[in-house]
Design a protein around this ligand. Structure first.
Ligand code: 26Q
Length: 803
């Protein structure tokens, strides 16, 4: 049906009429969208079934990627691209007067994630399928994804997100594969045939119903599965109000929690985590049993990966299933479990490490708690043998201590591999944050530098750049992204540079139009597009960017001879609803935008734009249009970053600290093609250990800093009385935890270099091309290959026993 546009058109019209009982003329764009979505799903259904069948019958090892977040974005465009039918469909629709881009535009983003961690999971799914690897995602089908952000009077306001409002064309509900999840109640201990057995009684159960989404690989018949669990009522309890039970049940998969490390754990969040884990493990075990009839070889045929600690209850849950349901003894169950589970850590911020109060944990998950206690006791005994008498060490490393369950410790003890997400991050884990564990389990630690799918972030998001690349070096880079290196000599080819110049301008004009539509601000599309898009966090230092813009504004106002190349500073960021400091920064950015954009003296040189509701689909327009990529976190705080890679791939130049994966970008492009500034991770860690930083000194000795900080308080921003006091205080009264003032001077110098470098257009283009050419390493295909080979031990279908 997709072989040529006529066939497609016929099938499309017939399907539309049959589904909606309307003629094409009467149909809405939503009818048309769902018709196309369903056609694509049906088109791939035989491959989907065949993939499942082959993966099962070949007895090849499978990996399940458990993640509380999957930030997929829109699926239609990516699926059409991967199937290689986008052109046929576009032309077929065009003749019917439908614009494919409009149709893609009405699709809601699947925004089931906060940021980096959730988007990484989505990129991994794409790379697994595109590499023919047997890997599936397990997540939660949140009714509401991450909140929609509105800016009202410069302040962030959150609205519930509603991605399922018009239905979801990609999911298939599998009610016959539903499983039950138990909470609350008590554990009954029985003595049966000479052994202790445990039964979870008087529990409240809810039903987990799977919704499967096909994950379509690029130009391959492989279609993997993302299984999202929906919470529904199962057996109505007799002693509880029926409506209340229904509400409580459904609330488990109602909302995605915003990333809020400031707020204490809520019982619903823990419920979600166990819900995901228990549903996924039950279904994995069922399917394994069906194929092999035993669980003794479970770890040989299944790898389970936990994305951060959120799904760490997979460890005690697998123990529970193996012992309570399969009747294995502790040692056998432990061997299987600790050879099945591997874990990725995504943060070094110790305040962000998950902990749960025993008082909340134990009543909700009584049997799981018992198992965690047993794991803890055995682990502490083992420590006692290695470190006799060292109570302090044992207390620090224990899984349960001071009435708290430490999820990262459970993950470290119960998994066979643990990895960081960039070289620097992994070193910090080994040498600092998890030093004690590294001493006990050196063989578990390894690094897997993050990556991004070049299919979404280059091929699909930037077709203009993609064509230019393919015209120059051929299309092998699409399958082998490291082939982008073939572009290196073209950095000095005047014809190619001319093409890239045109492409870059075209992409900037497209973004300028979106900005004008969304904000009403008219920006100069020949100015430098300097972009910082990411979640709002103190450690990411959007504030440093803001203070620098204020400083530029002041100089433009005060020094007649001061000139800069026109620059547009673009921000996009959501703040967690309860993170007041972050929300103040959003207000500050918007106040600054009002101030500088409306000053006729400065506005030809300086514009500030805050993009509302930053999300995957908007990001696809932002990265291709950026000249400058702001990656300015306090060194050692950003585990990796992945936006940095998306910018680089699209030819932006990075201004950044030596943090996270910036270090590895720097290794590839060198100081000629990147603007590095600021403290190193080592210097930051040194300050943290030994003290010696006094932010007030930087205030006193630097007039520029004095001026911008006074402007936070002195009415420089109209109607801002008191508003920004907490920001001022964080810098001067609380000694500037993230070294903003410490790095201000060196950031300013780096920005001056950017300003100068941009004016040599020819060499700037060279640098831009070199960045794209060196970005192949950051394809998630490389990352996934490393996970497959070095952690999971899985092989692609072609290399496996079946062809
Ligand atoms: C915590 C408690 C309660 C509710 C939510 C959360 C929560 C949710 C999401 C905590 C953290 C997250 C997300 C973290 C995250 O995205 N980390 C980023 O992961 C990226 C992928 O590895 C890295 O590139 C980033 O450096 C890292 O910050």
């Amino acid at each position: 049906m997709f072989s040529n546009k006529q066939c497609f058109q016929q099938a499309f019209l017939k399907k539309l009429e049959m589904t909606y009982g309307k003629s094409f003329r009467e149909s809405t764009i939503y009818d048309q969208y769902h018709t196309l979505g369903n056609m694509v799903r049906e088109y791939i259904s035989s491959n989907w079934i065949a993939t499942n069948e082959k993966q099962r019958s070949s007895h090849i090892k499978q990996v399940y990627y458990l993640s509380i977040e999957f930030l997929l974005g829109k699926l239609l465009g990516q699926n059409l691209t991967n199937l290689g039918i986008r052109e046929v469909v576009r032309e077929g629709l065009q003749e019917l007067g439908i614009d494919l881009e409009d149709m893609e535009g009405i699709e809601a983003d699947a925004g089931l994630g906060n940021g980096g961690l959730g988007r990484l999971a989505a990129c991994f799914l794409d790379s697994l399928a595109s590499s023919n690897l047997p890997g599936h995602g397990c997540g939660i089908r949140y009714k509401h994804g991450l909140f929609d952000q509105k800016i009202v009077d410069g302040f962030q306001v959150e609205l519930p997100e509603q991605w399922l409002r018009h239905g979801n064309a990609w999911e298939v509900r599998k009610v016959d594969e539903a499983v039950e999840i138990s909470f609350w109640g008590e554990v009954e201990t029985l003595y049966d045939k000479g052994r202790l057995t445990f039964r979870h009684i008087h529990s409240e159960t809810i039903m987990a119903v799977p919704y499967d989404i096909p994950v379509i690989g690029y130009q391959t018949p492989v279609v993997n599965t993302l299984r999202l669990w929906n919470a529904e009522p199962s057996r109505f309890p007799v002693h509880k109000d029926v409506m209340e039970y229904k509400r409580d049940t459904e609330s488990v998969s109602e909302f995605l929690y915003p990333d809020d490390t400031h707020e204490d754990g809520k019982v619903l969040r823990l419920k979600q985590q166990y819900f995901l884990v228990s549903a996924s493990l039950q279904s994995i075990v069922l399917s394994h049993r069906k194929t092999y009839g035993t669980l003794k070889n479970f770890h040989e045929k299944v790898a389970i990966h936990i994305n951060d600690t959120h799904p760490v209850l997979a460890i005690p849950e697998l123990m529970r299933i193996l012992m309570d349901e399969e009747h294995m003894g502790w040692d056998e169950a432990w061997t299987i479990t600790t050879n099945t589970i591997s874990y990725t850590n995504h943060t070094t911020l110790s305040e962000a490490l998950e902990k749960w109060s025993v008082h909340l944990f134990q009543p909700l998950l009584p049997r799981i708690y018992m198992i965690v206690q047993e794991i803890n006791e055995r682990f502490c005994k083992q420590l006692w043998e290695s470190y006799p008498g060292d109570w302090r060490k044992i207390e620090q490393m224990a899984i349960i201590a001071h009435d708290m369950v430490k999820m990262a410790h459970l993950a470290l003890v119960g998994s066979y591999r643990v990895n960081g997400v960039a070289k620097l991050h992994t070193e910090i884990l080994k040498n600092r944050e998890m030093k004690d564990f590294y001493e006990v389990y050196p063989e578990k630690f390894n690094n897997k530098t993050n990556g991004i799918t070049h299919r979404r972030w280059l091929l699909k998001a930037n077709p203009q750049l993609s064509s230019a690349i393919t015209d120059a070096i051929g299309s092998s880079w699409v399958h082998h992204p490291s082939d982008l290196e073939k572009l290196m000599p073209y950095a000095f080819d005047s014809g190619f540079k001319e093409t890239i110049k045109r492409v870059r301008q075209e992409r900037k004009t497209i973004l300028a139009e979106i900005i004008q539509c969304q904000t009403g601000i008219i920006i100069d599309d020949t100015s430098i597009f300097d972009v910082q898009v990411k979640r709002l966090h103190a450690y990411k230092r959007q504030l440093l960017n803001v203070l620098h813009i204020m400083y530029l504004y002041n100089r433009l106002k005060e020094e007649k001879s001061f000139e800069i190349y026109p620059r547009t500073f673009i921000f996009g960021a959501k703040a967690s609803p309860g993170y007041y400091y972050a929300k103040k920064i959003i207000k500050l950015i918007n106040s600054l935008a009002d101030k500088v954009n409306n000053d006729p003296q400065t506005s030809p040189f300086l514009k500030v734009v805050f993009l509302e509701n930053y999300r995957v689909s908007l990001a696809e327009y932002v990265f291709p249009a950026a000249d400058v990529s702001e990656q300015i976190s306090t060194a050692s705080k950003e585990a990796s970053g992945t936006g940095n890679m998306k910018f680089m791939m699209n030819g932006a130049l990075t201004i950044g600290t030596l943090d996270g994966a910036n270090v590895e970008i720097f290794e590839r492009v060198g100081s000629d093609n990147m603007f590095i500034f600021g403290l190193t991770a080592e210097e930051v860690l040194h300050y943290e250990q030994n003290g010696g930083y006094r932010s007030n000194d930087y205030y006193h000795y630097d007039k520029r800093i004095q001026q911008v900080l006074e402007q936070l308080l002195n009415g420089f921003f109209p109607n801002s009385f008191d508003l920004f006091e907490s920001i001022y205080d964080s810098l001067l009264m609380q000694n500037d935890q993230y070294y903003v003032l410490r790095d201000f001077g060196s950031y300013t110098l780096a920005q001056e270099k950017v300003n100068t470098a941009y004016q040599s257009q020819e060499t700037w283009l060279e640098k831009s091309i070199i960045n794209t050419a060196q970005s192949g390493y950051f394809s998630s295909d490389r990352t996934i290959r490393e996970y497959a080979d070095e952690i999971w031990g899985i092989r692609s279908l072609e290399q496996g026993t079946f062809v």
